[in-house]
Ligand binder design. Structure first.
Ligand code: GN1
Ligand code: MG
Length: 368
């Protein structure tokens, strides 16, 4: 039996065919994602947009459609295959790129990229190097995109000082009575307040440039070719906004450079894998070194630490607020994730010199 809500949403996109199979993908923590197979050849990804997180689907889809059309043009110029190397969103029966259902839910659909897969953890070094190249290429494709036309889909998304203030507010109100369980984690954060404004200060001083960035560069937001294991394209485009190259680099290391999954509870398994860090820097800088300024390259390792720290703050805040933001499967999920991220931050602190040395090695290799 096909769920009626999904069927109605799918039909609003008027692609014809009847659904024969629906599979839910649960790796993403925000939207609900379904693979739709019909009695015709084409397959689709149908997503119910999380409107608690993304309050304005019209603005969200305006960004995404603008950006993907731009990427298609670039791919055509380079003689590539835009049907495979980019996401192709579809309009629904109102002409909009999202469909509003009768309960005010918002849905969007794009053509499924077949013969591709995602990884939650890099299965080898080549996968992670290729992820670095793919995100680097993505940033290059968006170089010159008119950033001022983009809506801010989540306000202050990587503005770490605001994430810090939100945590303090959640601690203060302690609406779920969970504060007593996380005193140590709260102290971990307040001890490192200085991290929160380092990059935003450099933006304000004009030292770090804003670019159009992806902002959610988890490893599982890259599609890999099933045969070659090479990165094909980047998915999960909701948070494309003006941002720092360091955010994109940093969040990839946070998610894929961890020796363990982000929700591993056994903290002895958590840490920065320097070999994976090395290959990601290699892939990323091979595409971007010539366009990045020195201040960006010099702060890459710090960016990895900051993105991990910020994500830990967000998990901790959500735990204190009663798990209203991230998808969780058990009551401790967010605090486990927060502890994991803070352990990773501590491990990066212990290895910062080695991380910086790796960055400098590839700067030498690719910058000149
Ligand atoms: C969310 O949607 P997904 O799972 O790719 C989140 C990221 C976090 C990540 C942590 C819009 O990403 O910012 O880093 O979870 N996306 C949003 O796993 O908040
Ligand atoms: Mg995702």
């Amino acid at each position: 039996m096909i769920n009626q809500e999904i069927k109605t949403a799918f039909e609003a996109f008027e692609r014809g065919g009847s659904i024969v199979r629906v599979e839910q993908f649960t790796a993403g923590l925000i939207n609900a994602t379904y693979l739709i197979e019909t009695d015709k050849e084409e397959k689709y990804i149908l997503q119910k947009i999380n409107t608690f997180v993304f309050k304005n689907p019209a603005e969200l889809m305006f960004n995404i459609v603008g950006v993907t059309k731009h990427i298609t043009e670039k791919i055509k110029e380079n003689g590539g295959d835009y049907k495979r190397e980019n996401l192709n969103f579809l309009p629904c029966n109102t002409g909009e790129y999202y469909y509003r259902d009768e309960n005010d839910g918002a849905w969007r659909m794009y053509i499924y990229v077949d013969e591709a897969l995602t990884y939650n953890k890099p299965k080898n070094n080549d996968i992670f190097r290729s992820a670095g190249k793919t995100f680097g290429r993505f940033m290059k494709l968006l170089d010159g995109y008119p950033a001022e036309t983009l809506h801010e889909t989540i306000k202050n998304f990587h503005y770490t000082p605001a994430r810090y203030e939100n945590l303090l507010k959640a601690v203060e109100s302690d609406i779920k009575g969970r504060k007593a369980m996380c005193e140590e984690e709260i102290k971990f954060v307040t001890d490192r307040k200085a991290y929160t404004h380092k990059l935003t200060d450099l933006i304000a001083e004009g030292i770090l440039p804003l670019r159009v960035t992806h902002n959610d560069t988890k490893l599982n937001n890259v599609l890999f070719d099933i045969k070659t294991d090479k990165g094909i394209c980047v998915i999960d485009l909701d948070t494309i906004m003006p941002g720092l190259s360091l955010y994109d680099f940093g969040d990839s290391i946070r998610s894929g450079g961890n020796k363990a999954a982000e929700d591993e509870a056994d903290l002895s398994k958590v840490g920065i894998d320097l070999e994976l860090f090395d290959v990601y820097v290699d892939g990323f800088l091979s595409e971007t070194a010539k366009s990045l300024c020195d201040a960006e390259i010099e702060n890459l390792a710090f960016g990895a630490k900051l993105m991990t720290f910020e994500c830990g703050i967000r998990f901790l805040t959500d735990y204190l607020e009663g798990d209203v933001y991230f998808r969780t499967t058990h009551a401790e999920h967010n605090i486990v994730r927060a502890r994991n991220q803070f352990r990773l931050v501590a491990d990066m602190e212990a290895h910062m010199d080695e991380m910086n040395a790796i960055v400098m090695k590839y700067k030498e290799k690719y910058k000149n």
